[in-house]
Design a protein around this ligand. Structure first.
Ligand SMILES: [Zn+2]
Length: 157
């Protein structure tokens, strides 16, 4: 309590230093926040920069599995189920109850454009580049355009 009474002798000075420390804290927080956002964007960009296994069932995309992350997706349709597994950067159909099980015999794929097809279940697993699967690419292109515009400006002078 006594500490709050003493500053009344020089209120202007106290107020200014209070604002100053507030600004310091605010700017530190802002920098930390921006750094976190940048980290998230960079990490997200990395995650979507690799190819993705797009799983389509009866013409509908039911899953998009990044190949750089091991995962397992069970796709259920009226005819039965397929278990799509991403492992070591490649995707394969591990289990299926279709007749013949041809989709399981197709092995693992890891290149964009490669396909796994289960005809009886109308299931397609297609590897697509991240540009088509992700939505963060446009920001990268904007950056390149800005760099290009700067170059033109410098040349004009
Ligand atoms: Zn099959």
């Amino acid at each position: 309590m006594p500490a709050e009474h003493t500053p009344s002798q020089a209120p202007g000075k106290t107020q200014r230093s209070a604002i100053g420390s507030f600004l310091v804290i605010a700017s530190v927080l802002a920098v930390a926040l921006v750094a976190m956002l940048v980290m998230q964007v960079v990490q997200g960009g990395d995650a979507s920069s690799g190819p993705v296994a797009k799983v389509t069932s009866y013409g509908e995309v039911v899953a998009q599995l990044p190949l750089d992350k091991d995962s397992r997706q069970v796709v259920v349709c009226d005819e039965g189920t397929n278990t799509v597994v991403v492992e070591d950067g490649a995707v394969h159909i591990e289990d299926a109850d279709c007749s013949g099980g041809d989709c399981m015999k197709q092995g693992a794929i890891d290149q964009p454009g490669n396909l796994l097809v289960c005809l009886p279940h109308q299931l397609i697993v297609e590897i697509v580049p991240a540009e088509r699967a992700g939505s963060r690419e446009p920001s990268v292109y904007t950056g390149r355009e800005q760099v290009g515009a700067d170059d033109i400006d410098v040349v004009a002078r």
